[in-house]
Design a protein around this ligand. Sequence first.
Ligand code: NAD
Length: 478
Amino acid sequence: MKAEHYVGGVFRSDGPAFPLISPADGAEIGAVPEAPREVVDGAVAAAREALRGPWGAAGVEERAAAMRRIADGIQARFGEFVDAEIADTGRPRAFAETVDVPRAIGNFRAYADLLYGRPERAYTTQVPGWSAGGGQALNYTVRRPLGVVAIISPWNLPLLLMTWKVAPALAAGNAVVVKPSEETPSTATLLAQVIDQAGLPAGAFNLVHGHGPGAAGEFLTGHPGVDAIAFTGESATGSAIMRNAADHVTPVSFELGGKNPALVFADADLDAAVEGTVRSSFTHSGQICLCTERVYVERPVFDEFVERLGARAKELADYGPMISAAHRDKVLSYYRLAREEGATVVAGGGAPSFGDERDGGFHVEPTVLTGLPETARTVREEIFGPVCHVAPFDTEDEALRLANDSPYGLASTVWTRDLSRAHRVAPKVETGIVWVNCWNLRDLRTPFGGVKASGIGREGGEYSLDFFSEPVNVCIQI
Ligand code: NAD
């Protein structure tokens, strides 16, 4: 797959190329052009031009129709998108077929539908007698797009998370410049081809490839012509982008890292809690921002839970690799650190040996740890691998205190059969999303995002459309 920039409706590959490496076996599978500053400037200028032209003039119906054509275009090339996502990430085929590509299609369809279903947040007030002389005024609010939106996306769910921003940004009438992760450029390039075929006006969607710091990502987020930044990635990157955006006071929407807790109460359905934690900790080898890395289990069921979770972790066989050699090394360094910090390794703890071509790839074992103090770095820092630490608790208050003692606040999971407890505990967990007796059950209309170092703002349904548009009050003196 040849990665290309897409600027003002033209495919191009300016800039020095860097190799694309398969995480499944370490083979070189392509080359990616590193966008120089001029290409980023050109993309921002093309986006501005589109807003002055037909894309800026497009009404709701036209934009909704464009969203549907894009969804149809992805559907028509479903297999190519699946293959490209697998090649870049090494994920299991079933994951790409049932999660990545269907959700990308769903993202465009959902926002096409929402454009019609949207209750206009257009507040109207008539104010009689606002002045001593009895003057009257009529106020009403219209929403207008922000303008040129920079979208920076990560490698873990490349197509899904990118389209989760592109669809609402375009639906709200903005023009976008997307910079996908340098590790996963392929489905973004395919999306540009689909959008080109779908006949969107040139410059409505632009794509630039390259790295973040000192490169395309930084050029884009510090660009004076960018009106808003939507970013998903690490919290430290969010801080860097915020600093860069501060000069121009550019608004940001941030979906950042997590160190997500699960609370397992003794009254829980233990089968469901164990299987749910296998999913929440090990799906996509732990490389989903929502994955559980801290599990707190009420003491009467602690030993049984640990034994069963450890046994299930050891059974897992068909799992994908870490995204890169560097990320594999980072995760393995945490496995070593955990031992140094005094952890008991219940399952995993190293790199597997398969005896086939996968040994050239970047796999690490699903790992269950116990015995660490809450102050251990392994318990506090996001690892972003297939690993969780399990610790006991004695009371509901203690469980909440442990769960909330984190700089992060993205997602949590509560396992209990006690309805009152579920309702009591859920609002007190300091995360943007709380799942009760389930994990990653998503309705695209609901608010999605984190608190504390896990993000700023919410995505999903109306929440995304609200971020990607600005309320403007019009006041008429009568
Ligand atoms: P990352 O922060 O390293 O990179 C994300 C993107 O930012 C990439 O496109 C990268 O090139 C770019 N970038 C890096 N430095 C930049 C800079 N200084 N200026 C501009 N752009 C820059 O994140 P990653 O490793 O790709 O993804 C994993 C992280 O993303 C984890 O922390 C994970 O928790 C988080 N994440 C969060 C969510 C969420 O919804 N909250 C979802 C997925 C992933």
